[in-house]
Write a protein that binds this ligand. Structure first.
Ligand SMILES: Cc1cc2nc3c(=O)[nH]c(=O)nc-3n(C[C@H](O)[C@H](O)[C@H](O)COP(=O)(O)OP(=O)(O)OC[C@H]3O[C@@H](n4cnc5c(N)ncnc54)[C@H](O)[C@@H]3O)c2cc1C
Ligand code: SF4
Ligand code: SF4
Ligand code: SF4
Length: 905
């Protein structure tokens, strides 16, 4: 037995537990302690045996929740939980697999990376074996972002993917999960709301306090002079004694007491005392989310001061859920004007909301616990965001159960035939998305170089690819790279003649499909031939994993790559921009009229009738969309392969800005950035050196400062998803116009759904309008929204299905829509005269329901009837594109107002 195994055995013996709870139950924060108490109690009442996992044996400097055995949290835990696992080093947490069937991550800021990072990836349950269930209940990022550094996103994503069920506490958490990690989460109630007031009354009875005098309670975690002044004013106005509770961490007490500088500041209280104070106060003023939650639970009137230091996300979420936005103040000064709020709190409304939400959250929790563990061994678990489309899984499957198919964004992904699959796990074991790896130099050697002018004329940059490829051909080897077919579909092909190389030369800015080339090149290598495989980093990573071993006679070249536009998006561009003529040639980087200069390069399309289309990068629509990364596949945004160490033996790219290092290295005909990533790369370069006109060392530092996708992915484009989902309905040109300018043809005021049928209909109408080739912004009216579980259902539905939407919570926000939308479509006359939406002067306003009355059923499948409806709508919706000055002014004013508000904050 290891030391850790022995340690656990000494305490738990041979006991087994249904659930091990991981989280900050031992922390200083009273509210946090209560979330774990509630979770533990709920699970125990559901009949599960629960083990509380202790804090790992690591120093967590800066986060002062390392309290000793006498701390209020541990004293509370000892008297209220039955079983504890001992504290273990981060790397030994896996010992607990011998004791628990399921690991559950609890509430509070467990996914705030600045906190979580001290524990490796333990807060993502990385220690759980693959046969154990992983569940997150109401876990929180605490803020509107996760603070996960870019280089850690892939690792965190991989662990999150292994969860069987994920729920988060805040609405913003659902967004962070989706946007940062591509993971679906569900919003549930903070566990403290899963218990009743009576449960907490039992704890209150355990307190030794007995206060007879009326008092007002201040529970302030981040004291300031401004808060102090407000508290004094309020207690004076209400003629109440003021009692103050500070952060539950004794190490902070003296500092915070001094900062608040008020009498009656109590220290050294138990968790039960904390509850007592909240329950028995006449009113509560707090900057703590849990302070407010418990005031609400006990029905004590309260107000909340936003605590920016601790993140606004949960305050927003709480105030929205409980419909208590009026009790939520951004600054303490404002509270003194609203002392009326400290008189009563509407328990009936609260109970109605909580009981509905509780039902929904408990259903989620029970289902998550009862759902059998998914034991699937295929690449099904690889999310779109993680899959680069390399096709290794397709190549290695021993029973041909995988095919590569295009999705509706026109990107390629594996599809598994589970009737054929034998669950051998080979596909997921080889997938580079799940196992990114490279043993190349972390600090590679860099060079500037180019070949002769003739080679460069037909190459994108310095022609290095051709020089290496010709050498391989001369040796009798094979070369694999990307080529167009006659219909301008792009895929990798294998050639073994110099004529064949012609098709591979020059960049085609579309993601190439590897098809069966991994097998073909492996065959050549196994026959003892030399081979060169060139492509983007993902393709090289995939090929190397496919081979599974090193071949002396193989050279790999990966390209610097800032994203691969999907083949579907290129087709859409061709069908839109070049639809009128038969195309016979496409060139992205022709060097006849375009110079080798980052902004002067451009698109060439030659037609059968002899005419030509020529546009520089800034004018061509495909290039513009590519440059903004609107058309790249999802994984390109967090690409695992645009990093150091690189994937190929050699990396090639354009050496933009090389003149800043040495003006002689640039003659406007193309200079390559050449990177040797390992000894073989160095050897290959020494071999071709004599064939190059330029080959000079350049320091890595200089190269890294060029901002190329060498050590990190290009950048994430927030409007990519909008472009791609719009592209399902509207033309390439329309999507580009809408995303570049962030403006829309129509604002579609539709959604205030009473049920999901309304939401489905809204989507159907949205699609029909879009199909008329209009850009549409769904305006989601959330003013005076009824609080119901439907809200969450609709929320998830809208996020998933509408390419572009905006939520409007007050009339003021409606003004923001004015400056972004040319015209307005309504579903209900109410909107036409609605508040400030009236400023939509000069805009076309159409009641779409009048065009499509209820009794007209929108046909589900495409067909003649649907075409007719679209045409009818198109006719009615067509407008002259003249902007109303009034609306632009309104939009500008609104934006200005928002900026000023932010600055003021
Ligand atoms: C999608 C893509 C994005 C790129 N982004 C950048 C960038 O951000 N910065 C930068 O400096 N360089 C980038 N490049 C690389 C650059 O365009 C040149 O390919 C590189 O400089 C090599 O030029 P060359 O003159 O040596 O050879 P060339 O003859 O121009 O290059 C031909 C090689 O590129 C391969 N190739 C062509 N199209 C594709 C494709 N669609 N997929 C995979 N391989 C392809 C061919 O197989 C061949 O191996 C990108 C290339 C691609 C394909
Ligand atoms: S990354 Fe490659 S191996 Fe993994 S699932 Fe996608 S296509 Fe298959
Ligand atoms: S698990 Fe094995 S059989 Fe099933 S799809 Fe993957 S490689 Fe093919
Ligand atoms: S950005 Fe990454 S995933 Fe996308 S095409 Fe380039 S190397 Fe492949």
């Amino acid at each position: 037995m290891t030391e850790s195994e022995q340690k656990v055995f000494d305490i738990l013996g041979t006991q087994k537990f249904d659930i091990g709870i991981m989280g900050m139950w031992y922390g200083a924060n009273y509210g946090s302690v209560m979330t774990y108490y509630a979770l533990n109690t709920v699970l125990s009442r559901l009949g599960y045996s629960v083990l509380m996992l202790d804090k790992q044996a690591v120093e967590t400097k800066g986060f002062e929740f390392e309290l000793d055995d006498t701390s209020h949290a541990r004293v509370f835990a000892k008297t209220h939980y039955k079983n504890f696992a001992p504290s273990l080093p981060v790397e030994d947490m896996k010992v607990l697999n011998n004791y628990c069937d399921t690991f559950m991550l609890g509430c509070d800021q467990v996914w705030n990376f600045t906190i979580a990072k001290s524990y490796g990836l333990n807060y993502y349950l990385d220690f759980a074996n693959s046969d154990k269930k992983r569940i997150a209940y109401a876990s929180s990022f605490g803020h509107e972002v996760s603070f996960t550094p870019l280089e850690k996103v892939a690792g965190v994503t991989r662990e999150l993917q292994k969860f069987d069920a994920i729920s988060v506490r805040e609405e913003s958490g659902v967004r962070v999960l989706k946007d940062e990690f591509g993971i679906k989460g569900t919003q549930v109630l903070d566990p403290v709301f899963l218990l009743d007031e009576n449960d907490y009354n039992e704890l209150v009875k355990e307190s030794n306090l007995d206060i007879q005098e009326d008092y007002m309670l201040a529970y302030i975690l981040n004291p300031t002079d401004e808060i102090r002044e407000s508290l004094l004013k309020i207690s004076e106005k209400k003629n109440l004694k003021l009692i103050n509770i500070l952060d539950g961490n004794p190490n902070k007490f003296e500092r915070f007491k001094k900062a608040l500088n008020l009498p009656n500041t109590v220290s050294d209280i138990t968790t039960q005392d904390w509850l007592y104070y909240i329950k028995n106060a006449k009113c509560v003023v707090t900057d703590s989310c849990h302070g407010a939650s418990f005031a609400a639970i006990f029905g004590t009137p309260f107000v909340i001061i936003n605590n920016e230091n601790r993140g606004a996300a949960r305050f927003n979420s709480l105030s929205e859920m409980l419909d208590i936005k009026d009790r939520y103040f951004t600054g303490p000064g404002e509270i003194t004007k609203r002392c009326d709020l400290l008189e009563t709190y509407d328990r009936n409304k609260h109970n109605k909301i909580i009981s509905m939400e509780k039902q929904r959250s408990m259903t989620w929790l029970k289902e998550a616990l009862q759902k059998p563990k998914d034991t699937d061994k295929t690449v099904k678990k690889v999310l779109k965001k993680e899959c680069c489309g390399c096709g290794v899984c397709y190549g290695v499957c021993p029973v041909d159960a995988i095919t590569m198919e295009f999705d509706d964004e026109g990107a390629i992904y594996p599809k598994i035939d589970f009737n054929k699959c034998i669950q051998c796990g080979k596909c997921s074991r080889t997938c580079p998305g799940l196992h990114p790896y490279s043993d190349n130099f972390k600090e590679p050697k860099c060079f500037a170089g180019f070949g002769n002018d003739e080679i460069r004329k037909k190459s994108s940059s310095g022609g290095i690819f051709t020089i290496i490829a010709e050498q391989i051909i001369d040796e009798g080897g094979v070369v694999c790279g990307a080529a167009f077919d006659d219909d301008f579909n792009i895929s990798h092909i294998v050639v073994d003649t110099k004529e064949g190389l012609e098709k591979l030369r020059s960049s085609k800015y579309i993601q190439s499909i590897t098809k069966d080339t991994f097998k073909e090149v492996k065959k050549a290598l196994d026959e003892g031939r030399s081979a060169l495989y060139a492509g983007c980093g993902c393709q090289i990573a995939g090929f190397k994993r496919f081979l599974g071993k090193k071949y002396d006679k193989l050279i790999t070249i990966d390209l610097l790559c800032h994203g691969g536009p999907t083949p579907g998006s290129f087709k859409k561009y061709m069908d839109d921009v070049h639809k009128d003529k038969k195309v016979k040639y496409v060139g992205f980087r022709d060097k006849d009229i375009y110079k080798w200069e980052i902004n002067s390069t451009g698109m060439t399309v030659k037609y059968e009738d002899g005419s030509e289309y020529r546009k520089i990068k800034a004018e061509d629509k495909f290039y513009r969309a590519f440059t903004r990364a609107f058309t790249v596949r999802p994984h390109c945004q967090t690409c695992n392969y645009a990093t150091l160490p690189r994937q190929g033996d050699i990396t090639l790219g354009d050496f933009w800005g090389v003149f800043k290092y040495n003006p002689d290295f640039n003659d406007d005909k193309g200079t390559s950035l050449i990177i040797a990533n390992n000894d073989k790369g160095m050897e290959v370069l020494s071999g071709i050196k004599s064939k190059l006109k330029l080959f000079e060392t350049v320091p890595l530092d200089f190269v890294l400062r060029r901002g190329q996708p060498l050590d990190k992915p290009f950048h994430a484009e927030p409007l990519r998803d909008r472009f791609m989902s719009m592209a399902k309905y509207a033309s390439f040109t329309k999507c580009l116009e809408c995303c570049e300018q962030d403006t829309f043809d129509y604002a579609y005021f539709a959604l205030k759904p009473q049920n999901m049928d309304d939401a489905y209909r809204a989507l159907e109408e949205y699609k029909l309008i879009s199909m008329g080739n209009f850009s549409v912004l769904l305006v989601w009216d959330r003013r005076n929204e009824e609080i119901s579980p439907l809200k969450y259902q609709v929320y998830e539905f809208v996020r998933e299905h509408f390419p572009a939407y905006v939520e409007i919570k007050n009339d003021d926000e409606a003004l923001g829509v004015q400056g972004r939308c040319r015209n307005f479509v309504f579903t209900n006359e109410e909107y036409v005269t609605w508040g400030k939406a009236n400023v939509a002067k000069g805009a076309k306003k159409i009641n779409v329901r009048k065009l499509l009355p209820d009794n007209i059923k929108i046909p589900e499948s495409d067909g003649e009837q649907k075409k007719q409806i679209i045409n009818k709508l198109k006719k009615k919706l067509s407008y002259e594109d003249k902007w109303s000055l009034y609306r632009i002014e309104a939009g500008v004013k609104w934006r200005l107002k928002v900026v000023l508000r932010k600055i003021k904050k």
